[in-house]
Every structure is written in C-alpha cells, then in structure tokens.
Design a protein around this ligand. Sequence first.
Ligand SMILES: Nc1ncnc2c1ncn2[C@@H]1O[C@H](COP(=O)(O)OP(=O)(O)O)[C@@H](O)[C@H]1O
Ligand SMILES: [Mg+2]
Length: 361
Amino acid sequence: MEPQVLLDLKDVNKVFGQNHVLKHINLQIERGKFITFLGPSGCGKTTLLRSIAGFYTVDQGEVWIDGNMVNDLPPYKRGTPMVFQEYALFPHMTVFDNVAYGLDMQKRPEAEVQQRVQAALAQVKLTGLEQRYPHEMSGGQQQRVAMARALVMNSPIILLDEPLSNLDAKLREEVRVELRNIQQELGLTVIYVTHDQLEALSMSDYIVVFNKGKIDQYGTPHEIYYKPRTRYVADFIGTTNFIEATIERQEGDQAAVVYGKGRRALLKTDESWTANQKAVLSIRPESLRLNPPEGYPFQMKGKVKSSMFLGEKERYFILDDEGKEWIVDAYDVGQTTYDGEVAFGAAADKIHIIPDDGDQA
Ligand SMILES: Nc1ncnc2c1ncn2[C@@H]1O[C@H](COP(=O)(O)OP(=O)(O)O)[C@@H](O)[C@H]1O
Ligand SMILES: [Mg+2]
C-alpha cells in the first residue's frame, strides 16, 4: 500500500541574508487532500512552495516527497509543477498545445505527447475541445485546462500559488468550485496558497496558518475557526472579539476566569491551565446574543454606537460599560432593532479561551 503521508517537511528553514523566512517548519501532508497555506503577504508561503518544488534549496531540514528525500533534486525531478497566477494559460495556444507544453519542453516523442495529453484532457472531461483557445472557454473550463497541464506531468502534488487572485469575484467563485471538484473527482493532492481566509475556509480539507515564517496551526477549517490555538489565528481568521482574562483556578475540564474589570465566569477548557495564567477570550460576533437568556456565563451591558445591515444579519458596534468596543451580529433582521442600552452575552460553548502570548495579526 502507498504510504498515506505524501509530503513530509522536517524542520525546514530558509534564510535570505539576515531574513530568517521559514522557521522550523514541520508538516505532514496526506495523499488526496486539499491543503491551503494561509497567511498575510510576506509570511513565507511562496518561499515554502518554492522550497517544496525545488526552486529554492532549504538551509536546514529535509523535504520528503512520496518517501524520497528530495533536498538535492532539481525541480524537474521532483515532479511538482507550480501554477502561477491566472492559471498561466498561454492565450495564443490551443488547449492541446497548452497541455502539451511541459512535455514539449522535455522533448518527449510525438506519439507519447498525443497519448498523454488526450488522457489528461479525458481526466478533466475536456475531450473534444483540444483545438479551442482559452478565450473560447469559460473560467471553469480554463481551470480544468490548467489542471490538465499539471496532470499530464504525472505530478504527485499540484502546487498552486494564489492562482485566482487576478480574477474578478464572480469568476473566482466559479473557478474555486471547479478546482475543488476536480481535486475531489480525481483524488489529487493539492497545496493551494492564499491570503484570503474565506477562500481557505471554503475549499480546504486542512489549513496551515502561517505567522511570520512559523506554522501557528494546522487543522480543519472548523478547528481553525472555532478552536484557534493562538490569538494570532483567532485574529486573522474571520472577525472576533477579544477580552483579556486571567485564570483563577483550573479543575478538571473547567476553569474559573476573571475577565474585563473583575467579572467572573466558569468556562469549559480542553487544555490544562494554571492559576494566574494570562489568557484571552475570543468570542465571534455571531456567538454573542443581544438580550441573552439568564444563565449565560458571559454577560455584558453596553450602548449601541452604530450598526450596519449585511443582508442576512445586522452588525452592531457596542461600547460596553467598561469602555471596550464589541461587534455583535443579530440575525433577527427586520424583527427587532436594538438601540441605546443593551445587554449581550454568550453561552459557555461559544467562548474560546486561548493563551495570551500578545501576538496579533
Ligand atoms: N528570492 C528572495 N530573496 C530575498 N528575499 C526573499 C526572496 N523571496 C522572498 N523573500 C522574502 O521572504 C519573505 C517571505 O516572502 P514570500 O515567501 O514571498 O511571502 P508570501 O508568499 O507569504 O507573501 C519576505 O520578507 C520576502 O521579502
Ligand atoms: Mg506569495
């Protein structure tokens, strides 16, 4: 049986001059998954992708692909083509020639090129469209051509570096769905780089969140969103409210915390905390309720400063009685309008407690 782990990065480091760009990257990627590298511009996503593909050699650590240590192999021997922005189709070439490009570069025999291009086009269901030009196809079809171009090289992993960033919003949505469909239909292993958190949440099996050259978290979109491991991750993904807290005591899976100016709550925790430890509570806008029921462990009072209509919800900006601003989403749009003094709160399972290392996105 083939090993499940297809890509194994062991303590990978990359330094440019004084700039330690990749810091002790350890990551294992399973076959057949859609993995997203997510992080703001400059955090090292492209550098890691290029290090996997072999365009950079790493300064320390090991890159393993499919059971082989590839540190000393050039890109063409690693079989990991990188697709750059706008799926990089050549506009003046037919679909066939676009897909054949990599094989032509390798000067493969004509018959082999014919056979492999046809097979790749069949995989992405584009048989019969060989003689079309990119502008004669939809965005989704163009994405299929781009994937065929990677498939024809028999790549074990397909690396995509922000391929959709030049497209307008509607087309990006279409191509995103298409890309995910192809990946699932064919069981491909894809690493997809983006700085767009919604893109990451909606497409991925797993997300790797980068923070200045380090991995802060590796997890499913759900885990990343609801159980961020660091303040940075909670801050970077989606919108959240933070409030500083201190652990008073920890008993079993519960912690007694003091938050804000001396308010107390008993919260469920899944890590072991120690007394006096500094923490931060992260509560999503959709997890806060206006006029909350009694018994919520987290309760606040404040004054509505402004609000914003966002279609399915109304977003309220509320100043609490300790002088802190909160974002609260209400979904009873059109039924209730909140104004002036309000109470808001969150249920225990909607309050996420994170160690406070002071690091923010
Ligand atoms: N070839 C290079 N030479 C020197 N510095 C580089 C090179 N490539 C990237 N860097 C630096 O490495 C850091 C990470 O860049 P990059 O990997 O492109 O980030 P991202 O793709 O996440 O935006 C940046 O500070 C960038 O300036
Ligand atoms: Mg980049």
